[in-house]
Design a protein around this ligand. Structure first.
Ligand SMILES: Cc1cc2nc3c(=O)[nH]c(=O)nc-3n(C[C@H](O)[C@H](O)[C@H](O)COP(=O)(O)O)c2cc1C
Length: 312
C-alpha cells in the first residue's frame, strides 16, 4: 500500500504474523527513481524474505527492465500492479486501467516473466466495472503467461473504494485457474477472514487497511483459523510497546524530522478506536520532536491501561 507499507511497516507486519508483506508500488519508469522517496522504496536492507516488490507501469519493456533491476537488488518476488484505480495512474494506462486492454496485459506479463528468474505475481481487481467483470479472463491470461499467483481485490476499477467488496467473482476466478489465488478486500476480522476463505476457496488472504493501527490482525487471523477461538484484545500496555518500537524504527529509517511526521498517521491509526482519540491526535499533530512524540504516546496508552485496570 502506497504511503503505508514502507520497510518499517512491512517488518512490523511480518513480526506480527503476516506471511508476506509487499512493497509500496514502485514506478517502472526509472527516470522517476532519483528521488529520496523512490530510493527508500527500493531499500530492503535487513528485511526478512521473501522480499516482494510491486511494479506499476504500462510499457512492457520498461516493466521488464524495472523487474530485472529490482531482482538484481534482491527482490525475490516481482508483483505487478493492475489494481490501482487512482486517476493519475489510470490516465497513464497503468494500474487497473490495464484491465481494459487484455492484449497489453499479456505483453506486460510475458515480458516481465521472461526478464527475471524469480516468481512474478499479479494483483488485479475483478474487472473494469460491474457490467464488465473480466477478471477470470485476465486470470487465464496471467496463468498462461507464467504468473505464479494472483491477488484479486473484490471491487471493479469503476468502484474505486466505494461499496462493499464482493467475493463471488473471486470465487469464479479461483475456479478458472490452477495458480494460487489470494482474496482481498474488506477483510477486517478473523471471522470475516474465515468467511471469505470459505466463500471463495482462495488459497490465501491479503489484508490492507485493517492492518493500519492493528498489525497484529495477521496473528489473530492465523490463530482463529487454526483454533476457532479469538484472541483477547491486546492490553494498551502491550500495544504501546509495539507502537513505541515502531516509532523508533521510523525515526531511524526516515531521520527525526520526516520520521516524526510519518509517525503521526501511525499514531492516529493505533489510537483511533479509543475515546479521546481526536484530542490526542491534535496534540500529536502539533508535536515536532521525537522525544515529545514518544512521551505523548506513552502517556496516552498508559493512561488507557490505568483506566482499564480501574474498571476491571
Ligand atoms: C492508501 C492505500 C494505498 C494503496 N496502495 C496500493 C498499492 O501500492 N498497490 C496495490 O496493489 N494496492 C494498493 N492499495 C489497495 C490495497 O492493496 C487493497 O487492495 C485494498 O485496500 C482493498 O483491501 P483492504 O480492504 O484489505 O484494504 C492501496 C490502498 C490504500 C487504501
Amino acid at each position: 500500500m502506497a504511503g503505508v507499507t514502507d520497510k518499517p511497516f512491512r517488518q512490523l507486519c511480518r513480526r506480527l504474523g503476516a506471511a508476506l508483506a509487499v512493497s509500496e508500488m514502485v514506478a517502472a519508469d526509472t527516470s522517476l527513481w532519483g528521488t529520496r522517496k523512490s530510493i527508500r522504496r527500493l531499500d530492503h536492507e535487513g528485511e526478512e524474505g521473501p522480499i516482494a516488490v510491486q511494479l506499476l507501469g504500462s510499457d512492457p519493456e520498461m516493466m521488464a527492465r524495472a523487474a530485472a533491476f529490482n531482482a538484481s537488488l534482491g527482490a525475490q518476488i516481482i508483483d505487478i500492479n493492475m489494481g490501482c484505480p487512482a486517476k493519475k495512474v489510470c490516465r497513464k494506462a497503468a494500474g487497473s486501467a490495464l484491465l481494459d486492454d487484455e492484449g497489453r496485459v499479456r505483453e506486460i506479463l510475458r515480458a516481465v516473466v521472461a526478464a527475471v528468474d524469480v516468481p512474478v505475481t499479479l494483483k488485479i481487481r475483478t474487472g473494469r466495472d460491474p457490467a464488465n467483470r473480466n477478471g477470470a479472463r485476465i486470470a487465464r491470461i496471467a496463468e498462461r503467461s507464467g504468473i505464479q499467483a494472483l491477488t484479486v481485490h473484490g471491487r471493479t476499477r469503476a468502484c474505486g473504494f466505494s461499496g462493499e467488496a464482493e467475493y463471488d467473482t473471486i470465487r469464479a476466478i479461483k475456479q478458472s485457474v490452477s495458480i494460487p489465488v489470494i482474496a482481498n478486500g474488506d477483510i477486517d476480522t478473523p471471522e470475516k477472514a474465515r468467511h471469505v476463505l470459505a466463500l471463495t476457496g482462495a488459497d490465501a488472504l491479503m489484508i490492507g487497511r485493517a492492518a493500519r493501527g492493528r498489525p497484529w490482525i495477521f496473528r489473530d487471523i492465523a490463530h482463529f483459523l487454526q483454533t476457532g477461538r479469538s484472541r483477547p484484545e491486546p492490553d494498551p500496555s502491550w500495544v504501546v510497546d509495539i507502537l513505541l518500537d515502531h516509532l523508533g524504527r521510523l525515526y531511524d529509517f526516515y531521520g527525526e524530522n520526516q520520521g516524526v511526521r510519518i509517525a503521526r498517521k501511525h499514531i492516529t491509526w493505533f489510537s483511533k478506536r479509543h475515546p479521546e482519540a481526536a484530542q490526542f491526535r491534535s496534540i500529536i499533530n502539533r508535536t515536532d520532536s521525537a522525544k515529545q512524540q514518544l512521551q505523548h504516546v506513552r502517556n496516552f496508552f498508559l493512561g488507557l491501561q490505568a483506566k482499564e485496570e480501574l474498571a476491571a
